[in-house]
Every structure is written in structure tokens, then in C-alpha cells.
Design a protein around this ligand. Structure first.
Ligand code: NDP
Ligand code: MG
Length: 405
């Protein structure tokens, strides 16, 4: 891989999900890096043509792809005179992912990121992976194809990035345990009744991290940690029994690796994704960021506690899906995305998210639909069926005014 270090040609980057929270952090790291270190070839986004065009111009990209086809003329108009090629439709996002590049930043939110991220893997690219849903939805076929095609995954999710750095060159088989931390989110000290009745505004008020809406809601119910445990199991090839979670309200320690001799190595930084973005972009070198340096004396105390499964049932449901394996993580991911969308649209309560996900998992098990997807297409087919089922549950509920049980 081209390292982008002084004297070398710039490292060529494609950013999928360039207008989102991780996309913006990526743009910030690149904008502040030494001239000639990085060059952005292509950017891709979902629906926001104005933001995508602005990002493409600011980064000097050559190609901008927007998934929503109805935004094509808007994107083209916004890019007029720039010399940047505009394209639209899901295929154009895949085209962006396939362009010759040294690294693809996979930062689309949700299972929408599976096809383009997989396309990059099939080209054997180095992928800075933020899109955890890609692995939760399609982990086994995705990892197999990535390996076959010589793609390399650099974990961008903060916990996985910290663990990746703590692990170094050591073999995962040689370690005793991997621990992911969770901030505990805005409801850490709330009662179960308060959590169940939480509004979208309350769920979106994360105490430490500024992130996209879906992952912020996931974090509030600890589903995000469940998704991340599943992500870690595929990414590092580690079984559930050696994965652990600690609630750590300061969000300074992101991940820990434990060894047989009693040593633990932890990755620490301020809760700012630019640290992890920068680590991936410059890997294996380092690039300076504008992130405030960690002042441990000012922070004073770092605290840790066990997660409370009674108040945060989503974490248990995700752990059960990880233990069940097969298609269960795919089912969990699809049902959760559909449920979070319904919660944000105020169609269901916060409590309903976990209820719907559990129901979808039970239904899939009851129907014997838990066979592991062999291919990405199999995984997307399961994803599709589960979303339709959740849509039917929601439609039935709005018709009858019934409470979801
Ligand atoms: P955001 O919602 O802020 O951004 C999502 C991005 O994906 C936007 O650029 C959006 O474009 C784009 N997008 C959505 N659908 C499509 C599509 N079909 N095709 C192409 N682009 C699409 O999310 P985040 O940046 O917060 O999160 C992105 C991913 O990174 C998620 O998987 C999340 O779990 C993971 N992650 C995020 C962290 C964070 O701190 N934010 C931390 C660790 C992981 P548009 O706005 O135009 O719709
Ligand atoms: Mg994370």
C-alpha cells in the first residue's frame, strides 16, 4: 500500500458516507494533513446533494456518487464548473467503491453500506471500516471474500481500533480476553421505566460522542455495544466467550486486551473519532490531528462498571444473537435498523425497539430461518425479509393501536 509519506505519491482515498459524521471527521483529518499526503479520488453519499457537492469540492475529488437517483440533477448543478463527475443511483456508489484507490473509508450508515463495502473488498482494497452493520449483517461471507481477494480491514470503530492497536502483531489465539467499553449513553443512570418512555430527543442527547442519529439511538439502549461485540467476533476471529463489555462513563479507555500473564493493554484517547480516522488513514505511519491531547490529571478518575442487562435488554438480545450465530446477527441487524427508524419517526416507543428485535429473532428461529448466509446476496435477502416483517408488525400496530408484545 502507498503509505503517503513525504516524498511518496499521495495515498488515494475513496470516502463512502462522506457527508456523515465519520465522513466529516475524515475530511477534517485530510484537510489538516501535510500537503501531498492524501488525495481524495471519490466521495459517495445518500441523499444530501448539496453537502456531497460541497465535500467533493473541498476535498478536490474527481467523482461524486449519490445513492438517491432523484438528486442527480441537483448534484450535477451543484458541481457545475468544478470538473467533478457526478453520478447517481446505488450502482454509482458501488462504482465509487471500486475506483482504483489505496484506501476506502467505509462510513455509510446501516446495511446500505454492505454492497459498496463488499465491492471494495472484492477489489482487494485496504478498507477503513466504520460501517459495523456491514459485518453484523454479512460477517462470514464478507470476511471470506475479503480474505480471498486480499483486502485488508482496518478497524475504524473506536473500540476495535483501540483493540487493534493494543493487539499489535500478536495472534488473537494467544490472548485471554478482549474488552470493549461503553459510555453507558444518556440513560446510564435512568430507571427502566424512564428508559422505556424515552423520546427521540432524549435518546439523541449522547453525553460524550457526536454521531449520526442511528448509532446514537443504538448507543442509548446499548444495542450499539451488542452490534460491536458481533463486529469484533468477525473482525478479529474471536469467539463470544472471550469478549467482554465494561461500562466506562468517561469514554477515555476504548478497548482492552488481556493476556495469560495478567497484563492488560488498553487504548486511550479523548472521545473524538478523528483519532481513529487518523490512525487508519495514515496506517502504519501516524499523522497529527487537531484533537485535544488527553490530560489524565485533569480527568482525575476513570471508572468502570458492569452493564445492567435488566435496564438495557438490547445488549442481552444481541449477545444471544451472537451466541446463536447463523443468520441471527443478520436478523438482529435488520430488525434493529427498521425499529430505530420507526422510533425516530415517533411510531414506536424506545422500549419497543428491543421488543421488536427480540420478536424478529424469535420468529426467524421458529421458522428455521437461522442458517448462516453463504453469500452477501443471501444476507441481503434475509435482511429484506426481516424488514418486511417488521413493517408488517408496525402496520398492524397502527391499524389496531395494539401494544407490541
Ligand atoms: P451518519 O448518519 O452521520 O452518516 C451516514 C452517511 O452515510 C451519510 O454520508 C449518508 O449520506 C450516507 N448514506 C446513507 N445511506 C447511503 C446509501 N444508501 N448510499 C451511500 N451513502 C449513504 O452516520 P455516522 O457517520 O455516524 O456513521 C456511519 C457508520 O460508522 C455507521 O455504521 C456507524 O455505526 C459507524 N460508526 C460511527 C461512529 C461515529 O462516531 N459517528 C463511531 C463508530 C462507528 P446522506 O447524509 O446524504 O444521506
Ligand atoms: Mg464504537
Amino acid at each position: 500500500m502507498n503509505t503517503g509519506t513525504a516524498g511518496a505519491t499521495p495515498r488515494r482515498i475513496v470516502i463512502l458516507g462522506a457527508t456523515g459524521s465519520i465522513g466529516r471527521s475524515t475530511a477534517d483529518v485530510i484537510a489538516r494533513s501535510p500537503a501531498g499526503m492524501f488525495e481524495v479520488d471519490a466521495v459517495a453519499g445518500g441523499r444530501d446533494a448539496v453537502a456531497l457537492a460541497r465535500t467533493a469540492r473541498a476535498l478536490g475529488a474527481k467523482f461524486a456518487a449519490i445513492c438517491d437517483e432523484t438528486r442527480y440533477s441537483e448534484l450535477k448543478a451543484e458541481l457545475s464548473g468544478s470538473g467533478i463527475e457526478a453520478a447517481a443511483g446505488a450502482n454509482s456508489v458501488v462504482e465509487a467503491a471500486r475506483r482504483p484507490a489505496d484506501m476506502v473509508v467505509a462510513a455509510i450508515a446501516g446495511a446500505a453500506g454492505v454492497a459498496p463495502t463488499h465491492a471494495a473488498a472484492m477489489e482487494g482494497r485496504v478498507i477503513a471500516l466504520a460501517n459495523k452493520e456491514c459485518l453484523v449483517c454479512a460477517g462470514p461471507p464478507f470476511m471470506r471474500d475479503a480474505e480471498r481477494r486480499g483486502a485488508r480491514l482496518l478497524p475504524l470503530d473506536s473500540e476495535h481500533n483501540a483493540i487493534f492497536q493494543a493487539l499489535g502483531e500478536r495472534d488473537v489465539a494467544s490472548i485471554e480476553k478482549m474488552t470493549l467499553t461503553a459510555s453507558g449513553g444518556p440513560f446510564r443512570c435512568w430507571t427502566r421505566e424512564q428508559i422505556d418512555a424515552a423520546t427521540p430527543e432524549q435518546a439523541l442527547a449522547h453525553p460524550n460522542w457526536s454521531m449520526g442519529a442511528k448509532i446514537t439511538v443504538d448507543s442509548a439502549g446499548l444495542m450499539n455495544k451488542g452490534l460491536e461485540l458481533i463486529e469484533a467476533s468477525y473482525l478479529f476471529g474471536i469467539e463470544a466467550a472471550r469478549l467482554d463489555v465494561l461500562v466506562h462513563p468517561q469514554s477515555i479507555v476504548h478497548g482492552l486486551v488481556s493476556f495469560a500473564d495478567g497484563t492488560m493493554i488498553a487504548g486511550l484517547s479523548n472521545p473524538d473519532m478523528r483519532v481513529h480516522v487518523a490512525h487508519c488513514l495514515a496506517y502504519p505511519e501516524r499523522v497529527a490531528t487537531a484533537v485535544p491531547r488527553l490530560d489524565l490529571a485533569a480527568i482525575g478518575a476513570l471508572t468502570f462498571e458492569k452493564p445492567d442487562f435488566a435496564r438495557f435488554p438490547a445488549l442481552r438480545i444481541a449477545l444471544d444473537a451472537l451466541a446463536a450465530g447463523g443468520a441471527m446477527p443478520t436478523v438482529l441487524n435488520a430488525a434493529n435498523e427498521a425499529a430505530v427508524e420507526a422510533f425516530l419517526a415517533r411510531r414506536i416507543s424506545f422500549a419497543d425497539i428491543a421488543v421488536i428485535v427480540a420478536k424478529a429473532c424469535e420468529e426467524a428461529a421458529r421458522r428455521g430461518e437461522d442458517r448462516a448466509p453463504d453469500t452477501i446476496e443471501d444476507a441481503m435477502a434475509v435482511d429484506h425479509v426481516v424488514r418486511e416483517r417488521v413493517a408488517a408488525i408496525l402496520a398492524e400496530r397502527s391499524r389496531s393501536g395494539m401494544v407490541i408484545k
